[in-house]
Design a protein around this ligand. Structure first.
Ligand SMILES: *Cc1c(COP(=O)(O)O)cnc(C)c1O
Length: 388
């Protein structure tokens, strides 16, 4: 396998800017190309012209990114009262915010409501009763369980979120009784979903449920297609325009000319490709003379931004300055914890000439990296982020 071509992940201008900026910086750190996020947002907007785009803040809550998306007219999906506070501080109107986490304290529901949030997601009776009490009259998305389709995604959300169709229709009826505003059905097909047909199956289910509810005199008005849009990692995905074309086609198939209001909640798909995590090789070792694979330890790892390599789920493209033949490498982080290994089963190919002190550029690390980094595990500080 040849060495990685970084130009298939960013422009030569971005690469030059990155090198110029990072020369004097001590590793590890994350650099975000903000223009890339701007471009991606425009792609989402042109691919889904009728949709409202709620950026899933948890993917990368960096203030400059939130400010950029605020100015571009984005809506926001928050996972906690703290993310809401961050947005309000930035002058984002609470009308542009959805409280998308189905797991929340009644105290925080009330606080969000007091601050002006009127859109919430739910998947349980207890949460609906809390919403009715603490956020009366609010619009509610009911989240459908998607275990069958999420299993194909690279970072599945399993059964933690959503409820089965029969329970969902019961919850819709209950929320109407409690004077909430049953607004729509939401789902998430699993993060980094490379199989577009997952949306086909999900939209089919939702349209059936909406028809059923309309017959029962509880018409819903919206469908939330979730996140799940992929970033290009070592394995590339279909482009966003292909996703948009297919998904719009499914919507038309199931809803004809009566397509409901559409919401999207991209996290990874919007910011994933905007980041480069720069690290340094600390040590290279072989455990025995006959070992087929060498260990390469870097100054960043599972606890410093590369959490999503757990289970070797997300395979980041890594660039080094070294050329020539590559060999299979075990990549591990700097902490005294044995789970701090990024790739061991997977034979990650890196140049044989790689040496201690070389820099490794982890591409497409804009999502779920800095915010996933530990506060001071082993004394290492949280991952620093710079915005270019
Ligand atoms: C995490 C999350 C998202 C974003 O998912 P991505 O796969 O990163 O796009 C969207 N919606 C909800 C409710 C989430 O929890």
């Amino acid at each position: 396998m040849a060495t990685l071509d970084y130009l298939s992940y960013c422009s030569s201008q971005e690469w030059e800017d990155l090198l110029r900026f990072s020369e004097q910086q001590e590793t590890p750190f994350l650099v975000i190309f903000t223009d890339k996020v701007r471009q991606k947002f425009e792609h989402f907007r042109s691919g889904f012209p009728a949709a409202r785009i709620y950026y899933a803040v948890k993917a990368n809550p960096g203030t400059p990114l939130l400010a950029l998306l605020r100015d571009l007219g984005s809506y926001f999906d928050v996972a906690s009262i703290h993310e809401l506070d961050q947005l309000i501080e930035l002058g984002v109107s609470p009308e542009r915010v959805s409280f998308g986490n189905t797991i929340k304290k009644i105290r925080h529901i009330h606080e969000a409501y007091e601050k002006g949030v009127r859109l919430f997601a739910t998947d349980s009776e207890a949460d609906i009763r809390n919403l009715a009490q603490a956020a009366p009259g609010s619009r509610v998305f009911f989240r459908l369980l998607m275990d069958a389709v999420t299993s194909d995604s690279d970072w599945p959300l399993s059964k933690k979120f959503g409820c089965q169709p029969g329970t969902l229709t019961d919850l819709v009826a209950l929320s109407a009784e409690l004077d909430l505003d049953p607004y729509g059905i939401s789902f998430h097909v699993g993060s980094q979903q490379r199989d577009i047909q997952a949306w086909d199956a999900a939209i089919a289910k939702v349209s059936g449920l909406m028809a059923l509810l309309a017959k029962a005199q509880i018409p819903l008005r919206a469908i939330n297609l979730g996140g799940g849009f992929p970033a290009d990692y070592l394995v590339k995905s279909n482009s966003l325009s292909v996703y948009a074309e297919e998904i719009n086609h499914y919507l038309q198939n199931y809803f004809g000319s009566a397509i409901p209001e559409i919401c999207l909640e991209p996290g990874r798909g919007l910011v994933g490709e905007s980041g480069v995590l720069v690290s340094e090789v600390v040590l290279i070792a072989r455990k025995a003379k006959t070992d087929r694979k060498r260990w390469v330890y870097t100054d960043t790892g599972v606890f410093n931004g590369l959490m999503e390599t757990l289970g070797e789920s997300i395979k980041y493209p890594i660039y080094t300055n070294r050329a020539g033949a590559t060999e299979a490498t075990i990549l591990a982080g700097p902490t005294c914890d044995s789970i701090d290994i990024m790739y061991q089963e997977y034979d990650y190919p890196l140049p044989s000439s790689l040496a201690i002190g070389d820099r490794l550029y982890w591409l497409a690390t804009g999502a779920y990296t800095a915010s996933y980094s530990a506060v001071e595990f082993n004394g290492f500080p949280p991952l620093r982020t710079y915005y270019l």
